[in-house]
Design a protein around this ligand. Structure first.
Ligand SMILES: [Zn+2]
Ligand SMILES: [Zn+2]
Length: 92
C-alpha cells in the first residue's frame, strides 16, 4: 500500500510522507513552486494545487500585483491578426 510522491514520482514510505491537498509528497519534496524551499504543513500556502512559500504565494495582499504572466501579450497578438484580415478585405 505504498504511494507515489507527487513531486518526484518515487515511492513514499509512511515515515517520510506528507499528505497535503489529497496528494502525497516526501517531506523533502514538498517545496515552493517558485524558489524550491522546503515547506511543511504550517508554512505552506496552496493555490491551484501547487504549494508556495509565504513569500511567493501569488495572492499575498501585501504585494498587490504579482500576477504578471504575460497574458496581455496574447491579446495584442490577436488584435494584430484581425487588422491584417481587414486590410485584405479592403484590397479585394
Ligand atoms: Zn518525492
Ligand atoms: Zn518560495
Amino acid at each position: 500500500m505504498s504511494e507515489k510522491c507527487f513531486a518526484c514520482g518515487k515511492t513514499v514510505y509512511v515515515t517520510e510522507q506528507l499528505k497535503i491537498l489529497n496528494r502525497v509528497y516526501h517531506k523533502r519534496c514538498f517545496r515552493c513552486k517558485v524558489c524550491n524551499c522546503v515547506l511543511n504543513m504550517k508554512s505552506y500556502r496552496a493555490l491551484d494545487g501547487n504549494p508556495y512559500c509565504r513569500a511567493h504565494y501569488p495572492n499575498v495582499s501585501e504585494h498587490g500585483a504579482q500576477m504578471n504572466y504575460g497574458g496581455g501579450q496574447e491579446e495584442q497578438v490577436q488584435e494584430e491578426v484581425e487588422e491584417e484580415i481587414n486590410n485584405e478585405d479592403l484590397e479585394l
